[in-house]
Design a binder for this molecule. Structure first.
Ligand SMILES: *[C@@H]1O[C@H](CO)[C@@H](O)[C@H](O)[C@H]1NC(C)=O
Ligand SMILES: *[C@@H]1O[C@H](CO)[C@@H](O)[C@H](O)[C@H]1NC(C)=O
Ligand SMILES: *[C@@H]1O[C@H](CO)[C@@H](O)[C@H](O)[C@H]1NC(C)=O
Ligand SMILES: *[C@@H]1O[C@H](CO)[C@@H](O)[C@H](O)[C@H]1NC(C)=O
Length: 510
């Protein structure tokens, strides 16, 4: 029993006890300090918020700068497209052309966006090496817009072609979800797998339109000509843009409402099963068939804007309801079409577009970035088609009417002929006025996606050629429900989209 080790062990014990006690005090004291400082901080924070922080206003149309591009020679037959959505003295922006528009457009109509002639590219030293001089001219409109110094209060640049339709109220609603003080690049890739594969999946297709937040515009214009030099060998301007933006740290945020429309022929199947996202744009009007049967392209554009001018938030949003007594399914694409099936189908099936259209490019399967249903000649699968005809404002809402443009020319699905939908001539859909606050008041928070419920609807006891459907947006009408509509839900893109590139082995060497 040597005393030094005995004392050492006692000392150790005391030190240990002191250490434990000290630790306890430190922990308690620190926590108290931490908690109280947090408490103090949160008070200060609250006070600061209430007293000084200038409240950011919600994004509205005046915060958008449209950079539209076209050519003087095409203006004659493309002017209707832009004219149909442009709001003189309200929408801000310019249309950039290659040369001055011809005499027949002087004086320049105030119903058009102001025109600007693009700068001469030949002053760029890289000019002879450019893979696509037209696209670079168009691309530089961003820089030229910036140099006009018209950007007072601008939060977003929105780029678009002269053969695109924009749904500007919806664009405002969608952009207001995003922080315009950050660098944001918002658009959509192509419908065509081949286009995406050849150009890029990670790019906003220019014709469908896309948006750049102002800080991103500022970063871009500082480097734009440098970037053109760096990527002078790229043919497509929108691809070059995605490269420049990638180098600035901005990757594409997809929004399903932008439509490049890399499709051909009859789009009615796609427009009748639009994704649950606000319709933002439609492109390629010269390449696709007129949107409505029996109408030309210009007439179709005016027709689709007729409904859009009343309520854009509902445009092309799909509502589904059932008449159990006769086994009918109604699928309404607001402002565009109504389908009646002589059968009961769930939404999982009805949300797939009917493949009335053709691929944009010849090539390999799969053609589209979404699943489709084949056009069917089976009377139990093929719908009766009705197309948007008119819209009328009524007490508390609007009524859209859809009329039959061609006979289905099939037998009835059921053997008992009295439940054939053949006698239906038109369908009227009542929608309550959308309260504007609903679509513009979100501060980055998404409303929950409604669950689809399948309920029944009575056949109204009235003439069979005039069925009135009650629009299910109105929750007072609990007996009919629809899919969720108004808002684009960003997360939904990843979770619900049918695109899955992993399970396909495209053999590109063929
Ligand atoms: C848009 O917001 C600005 C504030 O940034 C405001 O001054 C303007 O009145 C708003 N315009 C509309 C049409 O609400
Ligand atoms: C636009 O504003 C100008 C002057 O501010 C006015 O002369 C013109 O009539 C307005 N145009 C329209 C279509 O309202
Ligand atoms: C509706 O469809 C169901 C199932 O296919 C069938 O059993 C029923 O007889 C049909 N009702 C009518 C009225 O055709
Ligand atoms: C209806 O269908 C039949 C056979 O499928 C066809 O012979 C006839 O031409 C069609 N009529 C119309 C008007 O499409």
């Amino acid at each position: 029993m040597s005393s030094p080790s005995y004392y050492a062990s006692i000392l150790c014990k005391y030190l240990l006890i002191i250490g434990v006690v000290a630790t306890f005090f430190i922990v308690v004291f620190f926590n108290l300090t931490y908690i109280s400082s947090q408490y103090v901080d949160s008070n200060i924070f609250t006070i600061k918020c209430e007293e000084t922080g200038p409240k950011e206003t919600t994004t509205n149309l005046s915060h958008l700068m449209f950079v539209l591009v076209g050519s003087s020679s095409a203006w004659k037959h493309r002017r209707t497209y832009i004219e149909s959505w442009w709001r003189p003295n309200v929408t801000r922006g310019n249309i950039f052309m290659d040369v001055e528009p011809s005499e027949e457009f002087r004086p320049w109509s105030p119903t058009f966006p102001p025109f600007k002639v693009n700068e001469d590219l030949r002053k760029l030293s890289i000019y002879p090496k450019l893979a696509n001089q037209v696209h670079i001219r168009i691309y530089r409109s961003i820089l030229e817009t910036y140099r006009l110094q018209q950007d007072d209060g601008v939060r977003w640049y929105v780029m678009g072609d002269d053969d695109s339709l924009f749904f500007v109220d919806n664009i405002v609603d969608v952009l207001s979800k995003y922080d315009h003080t950050e660098k944001r690049y918002i658009g959509m890739f192509s419908e065509s797998t081949k286009s995406n594969f050849r150009l890029a999946f990670e790019m906003a297709y220019g014709g469908g339109g896309y948006a750049l937040s102002y800080p991103l515009v500022e970063a871009l214009v500082a480097k734009l000509d440098e970037c053109i030099e760096k990527y002078h060998f790229i043919w497509a301007g929108d691809k070059l843009q995605s490269y420049c933006l990638a180098d600035l740290g901005a990757d594409l945020i997809p929004e399903k409402g932008f439509h490049q429309m890399d499709l051909r022929g009859d789009l009615s199947g796609l427009l009748s099963s639009h994704p649950t996202a606000p319709l933002l744009s439609l492109h390629h009007f010269d390449a696709v068939a007129p949107l409505f049967p029996g109408m030309n392209r210009h007439g179709s554009v005016l027709q689709i804007m007729k409904a859009a001018n009343v309520d854009q938030s509902r445009m092309l949003q799909q509502s589904i309801c059932y008449v159990r007594a006769s086994n009918w399914t109604f699928s309404v694409s607001w402002g565009y079409s109504a389908h009646v099936y002589e059968n009961i189908f769930p939404r999982s099936y009805l949300k797939l577009p009917i493949e009335t259209f053709r691929p944009w490019l010849r090539g390999w399967f799969p053609f589209y970035m979404f699943n489709t249903r084949r056009v069917s000649r089976n009377p139990c699968e093929a719908p009766h088609w009705f197309f948007f005809d008119s819209i009328e404002q009524v007490d508390g809402g609007v009524v859209t009417s859809y009329t039959r443009k061609f006979i289905r020319n099939m037998t009835s699905c059921s053997f008992s002929c009295d439940i054939s939908a053949d006698p239906l001539a038109s369908i009227r859909v009542f929608s309550p006025i959308t309260p504007k606050e609903v679509s513009s008041s979100h501060d980055g928070e998404e409303p929950p996606l409604q669950e689809e419920q399948i309920d029944e609807v009575e056949v109204p006891e009235q003439q069979i050629d005039d069925i009135l459907l009650i629009d299910p947006h109105n929750h007072e009408y609990e007996d009919i429900t629809d899919d969720a509509t108004d808002e684009a839900v960003e997360d939904e893109f990843n979770e619900n989209d049918d695109v899955s590139s992993n399970d396909e082995n495209v053999d590109v060497s063929d």
